[in-house]
Design a protein around this ligand. Structure first.
Ligand code: DHB
Ligand code: FE
Length: 286
């Protein structure tokens, strides 16, 4: 069976890519944000995952409004990034893990999740930037990936409860995987932000801090909200929180908080990172 080493959840604002490309991590604007990541990198260096299962949202690079799956799972041998128009350099391709992807797809469908399966898939900033934050240095990625997208673009959106159930199902599938690979579960997006409309710039710090706590000790609490409650509380794009909920739900048993960091704003977004280890022997060794 796979060993889930834990989870890292992080924001994925495109301008992070520009800050990295222009070496601005130490600028006064960026430092308080990038300061959140060295402890995460240190922990990843200890637990050494082989594979990252990444819950994220596609923002129009691979899927557009004409065809928008609620949940889609990549089953490709490799995944490329492409220009999304943000002016950030594209990153090196990621190696996939088709066998594990198909195992997750089989398990999810057996669990009655009607997912879309993708043997080709472009990955956007919501996947590439977290990877660049975790493993800086230009993209000799130490992990293979299984990308799982969750619609946060076209209403109706999946509910927090359904997102939680998706994560649980992925966690069960990992527990029944034949090989002893070390898996990191990643959730990207959030926290609160709204990019357009009358509430553009909306950030809800009390709600974000409540979520950061709940994700450690009581993640089911977040499943009491509807998708529209999340829009109201966290902003239209704050619904990316659903990927954090799914990632958390994939962790079996008790977790321990490795690190968390919160800084507002980065661009229009509450920048946050949360790293959780599974409270097993591996986590204790780290
Ligand atoms: C911003 C945040 C996002 O999550 C995103 O996908 C694009 C832009 C922002 O704050 O600028
Ligand atoms: Fe986003």
């Amino acid at each position: 069976m796979a060993t889930i080493v834990g989870s890292v959840m992080t924001s994925h604002v495109p301008s992070i890519g520009n800050a990295i490309a222009k070496n601005r991590e130490s600028d006064p604007y960026w430092k308080p944000f990038f300061d959140g990541y060295p402890p995460v990198r240190q922990w990843l260096g200890k637990v050494k995952p082989d594979v990252a299962v990444v819950f994220y949202q596609d923002h129009g690079l691979n899927f557009f409004l004409d065809k928008m799956p609620t949940f889609a799972v990549g089953a490709a041998a490799d995944y490329r990034n492409a220009d999304e128009g943000w002016g950030i350099p594209t990153v090196k391709p990621f190696r996939g893990h088709p066998d594990l992807s198909w195992h997750l797809i089989e398990s999810l469908v057996a669990d009655e999740f009607d997912i879309t399966m993708c043997q080709q898939m472009l990955v956007d900033h919501a996947l590439t930037l977290p990877m660049a934050l975790f493993w800086p240095g230009g993209g000799d990625w130490p992990v293979r990936i299984v990308p799982i997208t969750m619609n946060h673009v076209q209403h109706p959106l999946p509910s927090p409860r359904r997102s939680y159930a998706l994560g649980e199902s992925v966690g069960r599938a990992l527990a029944s995987w034949k090989e002893d690979v070390r898996v990191l579960v990643v959730g990207t997006g959030g926290l609160s932000h709204q990019l357009d409309g009358e509430r553009a710039g909306f950030i809800n710090k009390p709600f974000d801090l409540m979520c950061l706590d709940a994700l450690v000790d009581d993640p089911r609490k977040l499943t009491r909200y509807s998708a529209l409650d999340i829009v109201r509380e966290a902003g239209a794009q704050g619904t990316e929180l659903m990927a954090w909920i799914a990632a958390r739900a994939a962790l079996p048993g008790r977790v321990a908080k490795v690190h968390s960091h919160y800084h507002v704003p980065i661009s229009n977004t509450a920048g946050a990172v949360l790293a959780l280890s599974n409270d097993g022997p591996l986590a204790r060794a780290a």
